[in-house]
Write a protein that binds this ligand. Structure first.
Ligand code: AMP
Length: 179
């Protein structure tokens, strides 16, 4: 556990949700704790302020909650990575396998900054499949992705394998799925 603030105490863990065998790490208990939420956003600002990151891309939906305040604090654009069928404009789509089922994400083509570095953000990194799919789209649009961020990282799901070649930063990581 690499956290100064004890995020582990704040994060609610729900066994067997959304189905048997999955331990669900619930970040609503961070959002209802202003000190914990500020800690997360302040740490993200500290990590990425003054870097080459030129835009932030947040994954629907819980990734929006952390990417939006960061984009505002860094004063850079926020790009939405949405579930397929939600964005009204011309998009690129990428299908991928999730920890529990198949998924697809889309990004507006016109939102992707060519030759600029985009920081990808989600609340939690499990298999890394969602971030990896979003990275594929961003690179197709000509952006570079060198950094991905999750408040929580589940290292026991080996996200590192799907996110090779990028720096993965988390505020707290769990190496064991037992409580
Ligand atoms: P992945 O693509 O496998 O890295 O999955 C990441 C996405 O699924 C994130 O948006 C998470 O919010 C959600 N997710 C996957 N597994 C869990 C879990 N065990 N607890 C909470 N959220 C999860």
């Amino acid at each position: 556990m690499e956290s100064e603030f004890d995020l582990d105490k704040v994060i609610r863990k729900i066994p067997n949700y959304p189905k048997g065998g999955i331990l669900f790490f619930d970040i609503t208990s961070i959002l209802t704790n202003p000190q914990a939420f500020s800690y997360c956003i302040d740490r993200m600002v500290e990590i990425y302020k003054g870097t080459d990151v030129a835009a932030v891309a947040g994954i629907e939906s819980r990734g929006f909650l952390f990417s939006a305040p960061l984009a505002d604090r860094l004063d850079i654009p926020l790009i939405l990575v949405r579930k397929a069928g939600k964005l009204p404009g011309d998009t690129w789509r990428q299908d991928y396998q999730l920890e529990y089922g198949m998924e697809a994400v889309e990004i507006h083509k016109s939102d992707i900054p060519r030759d600029k570095e985009v920081l990808l953000i989600d609340d939690l990194i499990a298999t890394g499949g969602t971030l990896s799919a979003a990275k594929t789209i961003l690179e197709k649009g000509g952006a570079t992705v060198k950094n991905v961020f999750g408040v929580i990282g589940l290292t026991f799901l080996s996200f590192q394998k799907k996110l090779q070649g990028v720096k993965v930063t988390t505020l707290i990581s769990y190496s064991d799925e037992s409580l």
